[in-house]
Design a protein around this ligand. Structure first.
Ligand code: DAH
Length: 341
C-alpha cells in the first residue's frame, strides 16, 4: 500500500474502528497499539516512504503526517469521552453513582380506601367477600325483599342486560350470595363496583363503588350496628367524629336508618359550609336490621338469628375525607391529581 488512496483507506478504517470497537479503556488501548503504536500500521506506512520514487515522496509524507495527527486527535477525544462516562480504565458505568429513580406508580385512592376500610373491619372480625357485578333478579331484588312491583326494579333505576339479568345497582346482592353459601355466623364486608343510569355530574356517576356489610348471628342488635359503625367512622375519619342515625326505609332492613357523621370541615359552625351546607352533618349511607323476609329467603331460622346490614358509597367517603368537590376527578386519571394520594 504505497499510494495516497491506500492512506485514505487506512484513515477511514481506523476511524470506524475507533467508534465501533474502542468502547472501554482496554479496547481503546488495543486500538492505539494497532494503529499508532511503535509497530502499528501508521508506522509501517511511514517506513515505506524511503522506497518510494522521489517524485511521490513529498505528497505521501505530507499525507501520512496529517493522518497521524488526525488519528492522534481522534484517539484523545475518544479517551475523553470514555473517561467522562466512568472511572478511568474501568467500565463506562459507575456502579457507585445513585440510580435514576424509576416511576412505578401506585394504587388508586379508591383501591387504597377499600384496603383501609377492609383493615378496620378486619380488626372487628369481618372478612372480605365478593360477588358478581352481573346479577340475576333473585339475588339483587327478590331475595332482598323487593317484590316485582318495587320501584327500584324500574329500568330507569337499573341497567338491564336482559329482562332478568341486571348490572347490579348496589352491592347488597353479596349478602344473599354469602348467606346462601353457608350458615351463620356471618360477618362480612363486600367492596365493589355498582352501576346506575344516572346523569353524570359533580356528585353522580353511572359507575361507583360501595362497601356492603353484613353481620348475622344469635342476638345481633341495633346497638351492635350503631357501636360498630361509630367505631368504624372514628377509625376512618378521625376520633373527633360523631355519628347519628336517622330513620329511613330500605326494603331489606327493618328498622332502617341513614348514617350521618359530624362535619369535620366546619363542625356545624358555618352556614355556607360547602360540605355539610350548614347542617353540621354529612350523610354516609344506609343501614338497618336485616328484614326477616331476607333471612327466610336464604332459609335461615328467623327465630334464632338476627342480623344487621349497611351499605356506604366509597367515593362519597373519599370525597368527604379529602374534601374533593367533584366525583368525576376520581375517574379522569389525571396523574397530577392521583399523585397526591
Ligand atoms: N343498598 C343501598 C343503596 O344502594 C344501601 C344500603 C342500605 C345497604 C341499607 C344496606 C342497608 O345493606 O342495610 O342505596
Amino acid at each position: 500500500m504505497n499510494s495516497i488512496a491506500g492512506l485514505d483507506e487506512l484513515l477511514a478504517e481506523a476511524t470506524a474502528q475507533l467508534r465501533e470497537a474502542a468502547t472501554n479503556a482496554e479496547s481503546l488501548e488495543q486500538w492505539r497499539i494497532r494503529y499508532l503504536g511503535s509497530h502499528g500500521e501508521v508506522k509501517a506506512l511511514m517506513q515505506q516512504l524511503k522506497d518510494l520514487p522521489p517524485a511521490e515522496k513529498p505528497a505521501f509524507g505530507k499525507r501520512i503526517n496529517e493522518i497521524k495527527q488526525e488519528l492522534t486527535a481522534s484517539f484523545k477525544k475518544r479517551k475523553g469521552e470514555l473517561t467522562t462516562a466512568g472511572p478511568a480504565g474501568k467500565s463506562a458505568i459507575d456502579m457507585t453513582l445513585p440510580g435514576t429513580p424509576v416511576s412505578i406508580g401506585h394504587k388508586h385512592i379508591i383501591t387504597q380506601t377499600i384496603e383501609e376500610i377492609a383493615e378496620i373491619f378486619a380488626r372487628m372480625g369481618f372478612e372480605v367477600a365478593y360477588g358478581p357485578e352481573v346479577e340475576d333478579e333473585w339475588h339483587i331484588f327478590d331475595a332482598l325483599n323487593m317484590p316485582a312491583s318495587h320501584p327500584a326494579r324500574d329500568p330507569l333505576d337499573s341497567f338491564y342486560i336482559t329482562d332478568s339479568v341486571i348490572l347490579r345497582s348496589e352491592t347488597s346482592n353479596v349478602q344473599i350470595r354469602v348467606m346462601e353459601s353457608k350458615p351463620p355466623p356471618i360477618r362480612i364486608i363486600s367492596p365493589g363496583r355498582v352501576y346506575r343510569p344516572d346523569t353524570v355530574d359533580a356528585t353522580h356517576s353511572f359507575m361507583f363503588h360501595q362497601i356492603e356489610g353484613l353481620y348475622v348471628d344469635e342476638g345481633v342488635s341495633m346497638a351492635d350496628l350503631k357501636t360498630h359503625l361509630d367505631q368504624f367512622c372514628k377509625a376512618y375519619f378521625g376520633h373527633g367524629v360523631a355519628t347519628r342515625f336517622r330513620p329511613h326505609f330500605f326494603p331489606f332492613t327493618e328498622p332502617s336508618a341513614e348514617v350521618d357523621i359530624s362535619c369535620h370541615i366546619c363542625a356545624g359552625d358555618r352556614e355556607d359550609c360547602p360540605v355539610c351546607k350548614g347542617s353540621g352533618w354529612i350523610e354516609l349511607g344506609g343501614c338497618g336490621m336485616v328484614d326477616p323476609n331476607v333471612l327466610k329467603a336464604v332459609n335461615y331460622d328467623t327465630e334464632k338469628y338476627t342480623g344487621y346490614a349497611f351499605g356506604f358509597g366509597i367515593e362519597r367517603m373519599v370525597m368527604r375525607k379529602y374534601n374533593i368537590p367533584d366525583i368525576r376527578i376520581l375517574f379522569e386519571n389525571d396523574v397530577r391529581f392521583l399523585r397526591q394520594f
